[in-house]
Write a protein that binds this ligand. Structure first.
Ligand code: HEM
Length: 103
């Protein structure tokens, strides 16, 4: 997302410092996928869909996000495994839902 112009619109939605989102996204996904739930303990009652309401997600920025996550899953070497495929399927569903939420 940082290095390719294809994702410029998505990058511009994020804070200048990507450190916090890197940490938060990794923490969320760790707990969401069944690992340690520290993120959920630190963010009680945070709903991921509600957290994106008002961010102005569009079908195009949702597409960019899913493309980035597809690359990330492939880079991790799990693109051909059930876990990778299932994660991407769910990411796509959530991203499309976020793009449809009222502002
Ligand atoms: C639909 C496409 C999406 C876009 C355009 C998008 C964009 C964003 C933006 C702009 C932020 C704020 C980051 C910042 O201020 O630097 C954010 C936060 C976050 N997003 Fe997304 N997002 C999308 C989908 C998702 C999905 C599907 C998930 C989970 C599977 C997710 C997980 C997170 C997490 C964990 C945070 C941090 C929340 C926090 O710490 O408060 N995002 N997202």
């Amino acid at each position: 997302m940082e290095s390719e112009t294809e994702f410029a619109e998505l990058r511009a939605m994020h804070a200048a410092d990507l450190g916090p989102i890197r940490q938060s996204l990794a923490g969320f996904l760790t707990g969401w996928a069944g690992g340690p739930r520290d993120w959920f303990a630190e963010n009680p009652d945070k709903c991921m869909m509600s957290a994106h309401r008002g961010l102005g997600v569009t079908p195009e920025t949702a597409r960019q996000w899913v493309t980035c996550m597809t690359r990330a899953v492939e880079d991790c070497g799990i693109g051909d495994h059930d876990i990778g495929k299932l994660m991407l399927e769910r990411f796509d569903m959530m991203a499309k839902g976020m793009a449809r939420m009222p502002a």
